[in-house]
Design a protein around this ligand. Structure first.
Ligand code: NAP
Length: 448
């Protein structure tokens, strides 16, 4: 019996477990480990609460984790002092790291350290009730104008949550503290700012279009900022579909008559941040330099500057992977070096160690992108299986984990958390509401 540990229970981890369980050639048992007591990774702690359709993917992931050959072991930190990478390999024939890209990237401009400048990741963790963000506070009552730097889907998510009325969020599982802060929010203007043009924006059209459908919210676009990159200058050549659809939506908004609105989302292009401005240690705005296309897909500065007032600045410029103790790491790409999912140590495939998901290919793609990525890794692992399974391993790694002092939260513990969240929701007159802190989650998981 091949025993595999999958580290991480987000989409890439669960799809890895699914591919392993789906095949019939190699008898397998899979433990899906997670540092958190709750499964589903970014589907639970990244997908915005109002994106219920994407959130419903949890149902599919859940079915996988309920397979009798798969076992969820939450509250187990692989790579930590109690379970270093080399120890994991003594317990399992193979280990697949699906740990995502945990850290947000920084702008590296003056003023970034001012109060009021935060990462979109922190904001997302806060409104998603990530237990590591239990101490986070986003006081929005004194914020009239917010700047979101970046033009990816995370920027769209945070701009939408800032602009959206709380009535729309009430039926979601957003934690009570975030709901309270958003209810008291003074935000009237959200500026989402891209350093390049609309044809290079990273957001997808479905997400973009949603901004135009928010009740009481006007989307504002300046026609003069919609110039296409020179790569698309030939009017007779068709634009690639995703670019064309984004540009069509933006042009539609640029041509629309402005009406009264409670809040406005301004989409700005060709502005690169050069400094966060502040007073008394707090952000008061962002200074941008106007850019123009450089003819190679990038932009170049023009020496013309513009200041946008803001009491909250969210940088939303992508994630990056974090080195896991005991594993090789490429600091240039912030990924683990691999060949078809086999981890490379000094350029040579390491026996029994694999990667899948963002830590393998970088933080790109939608949730479904993780399926083929996991499939490739599992293909490599199964090709190595005969050799791997010949090495003796303990009968049940869980016994060893407990002996090492770990207290895994098993599937029934997670089901207890779910019940406690439903109960919390009922007590607040809402649907299920997420428990936002470690002690609450662990208590709910099993009376600790
Ligand atoms: P992203 O898609 O990589 O977008 C990052 C944005 O930040 C880009 O617009 C980029 O501009 C900009 N940027 C990078 N460095 C910058 C700098 N120094 N100054 C100014 N701007 C800078 O990253 P993301 O939004 O974090 O999303 C990560 C992944 O999650 C994506 O694959 C995304 O589609 C996915 N996601 C999907 C959903 C959904 O499907 N609903 C929701 C959330 C996230 P340049 O292009 O000029 O570099």
């Amino acid at each position: 019996m091949l025993r595999v540990a999958v580290v991480g229970s987000g989409p890439s981890g669960v799809y890895t477990a699914q591919h392993l369980a789906q095949q019939r050639e190699v008898p397998v048992r899979v433990d899906v480990l997670d540092r958190l007591p709750c499964p589903f990774g970014l589907v639970r702690y990244g997908v915005a609460p109002d994106h219920e359709k994407i959130k419903s993917l949890q149902g599919n992931l859940r079915t996988v984790l309920e397979d009798e050959r798969i076992r969820f072991l939450g509250h187990v930190e692989a790579g930590g002092p109690e379970l270093p990478a080399h120890r994991l390999l003594e317990l399992y024939h193979a280990v697949v790291y699906c740990v995502g890209a945990a850290r947000d990237r920084r702008l590296g401009i003056p003023g970034e350290e001012l109060a009021g400048v935060r990462s979109a990741t922190d904001f997302v963790s806060w409104y998603s009730a990530h237990p590591d963000a239990a101490e986070e506070r986003f006081g929005l009552d004194a914020v009239g104008s917010a700047v979101v730097i970046g033009a990816g889907n995370v920027a769209v998510d945070v701009a939408r949550i800032l602009a959206r009325g709380v009535a729309d969020l009430l039926p979601t599982d957003i934690p009570q503290t975030a709901l309270g802060a958003l209810t008291a929010s003074g935000v009237r203007e959200v500026h989402m700012v891209a350093r390049r043009g609309p044809s290079q924006a990273k957001f997808t059209t479905k997400e973009l279009r949603e901004l135009g459908g928010l009740s009481g919210v006007a989307t504002v676009v300046r026609p003069e900022e919609l110039a296409l990159d020179p790569a698309y200058a030939d009017p007779s050549a068709p634009l690639p579909g995703p670019v064309r659809r984004n540009v069509e939506v933006l042009r539609g908004w640029a041509g629309a008559p402005g009406g009264p609105a409670l809040r406005r989302i301004g989409l700005r292009f060709y502005l690169r941040p050069v400094e966060v401005l502040g007073r008394d240690g707090r952000a008061t705005g962002v200074r941008f330099e106007r850019t123009v296309p450089d003819g190679r897909g990038g932009v170049t500065g023009t020496g013309v500057f513009e200041e946008v007032p803001a009491q909250l600045v969210l940088r939303s410029i992508g994630y990056e992977g974090v080195a896991l103790p005991g594993l090789p790491f490429d600091p240039r790409t912030c990924t683990v070096p691999h060949a078809a999912g086999r981890i490379l140590r000094e350029g040579v495939p390491a026996e029994g160690e694999y990667v899948a998901g963002w830590i393998k290919r970088g933080p790109t793609g939608v949730i479904g992108t993780n399926r083929p990525c996991a499939k490739e890794t599992v293909g490599s692992l199964l090709a190595d299986a005969a050799r791997l399974v010949s090495r003796p391993r303990p009968a049940d790694p869980l016994t060893e984990l407990r002996a090492a002092g770990l207290r895994p939260v098993e599937w029934r513990g997670w089901l207890s958390i779910e019940r406690a969240e439903a109960e919390l929701g009922r007590s607040l007159g809402r649907r299920s509401v997420k428990i936002p802190d470690w002690s609450g989650l662990l208590t709910a998981a099993g009376g600790r």
